[in-house]
Design a protein around this ligand. Sequence first.
Ligand SMILES: C[S@@+](CC[C@H](N)C(=O)[O-])C[C@H]1O[C@@H](n2cnc3c(N)ncnc32)[C@H](O)[C@@H]1O
Length: 265
Amino acid sequence: MKLVLCYGDPSKMFDIQALAHKLEVPWFSSAIDLPEDATHVLWVSTHGIALGKVGDKMPTATSVDFLNPTLLYRLRTSGKRQGLGKAVGLDKVAAPTVLDATAGLGRDALVLAYLGCEVLMLEKSPLIHILLEDGLKRAKAAVSVLLNKAPHRMHLLQCDALQRFAEIKQGTATQPDVIYLDPMFPTRQKTAMVKKDLALLQEILGVEENFANLLQAARSCAIHRVVVKRPGNSLSKSLPVPTFVVPGKSAHFEVYVNSSFSSSR
Ligand SMILES: C[S@@+](CC[C@H](N)C(=O)[O-])C[C@H]1O[C@@H](n2cnc3c(N)ncnc32)[C@H](O)[C@@H]1O
């Protein structure tokens, strides 16, 4: 992949210089100046930051837009019995703290925050972190009643989850009630919009190579449970058997229980 930055508005020139420095990639003031070997472009405009393949038009690029009507619909229909809510324990306790250790584009974190959870999102890729940070900033500024103040319950750190787990073990970071893992598994079946975005993420980031390690470390850090989202319906043959499974349409949630919620509240 050869990433370049491009800005669509002169007022964004300072932003793009800072981003280019952070990602250590070149920047350009116009799409027609892009080098021939550029494969992906990060567009910075007054509408926000979007990632696309060179040749893609802005509307098909990937950005974090928490005010997207499809996402807002998912929020309105995501009651506490929805798979994700049930998996993190919202049928047992009002608002567990959740460490979303593989935040990606923040959609699952948004659902959890909408349902009342304080969510700390970790994202190891500096590029995806930039998209997520931008989307979160815009959502916080939008003051939409439809979001139920969810963006204000979402917190973001750019770091590898393994590093955070090590800090939790050392006692220098807070132990969350629940750790949520949605790594890049090889096959995923999703709606057209999510499918396109996740396909781009997979192209850029590759698939998770050592999920067993991540799961083991997460299980030693969560107070109550670790939740793993997996595509399809079948359980992994190589991972430990979960305590229980919450089924879903295109993905299911595997739940590893450390202690019941009633044991500490
Ligand atoms: C499938 S995406 C998550 C999608 C997310 N659940 C959503 O709703 O948008 C997986 C993300 O996890 C991130 N990731 C994978 N391993 C990680 C780790 N060890 N620490 C932090 N982030 C990680 C990847 O960079 C990628 O952005």
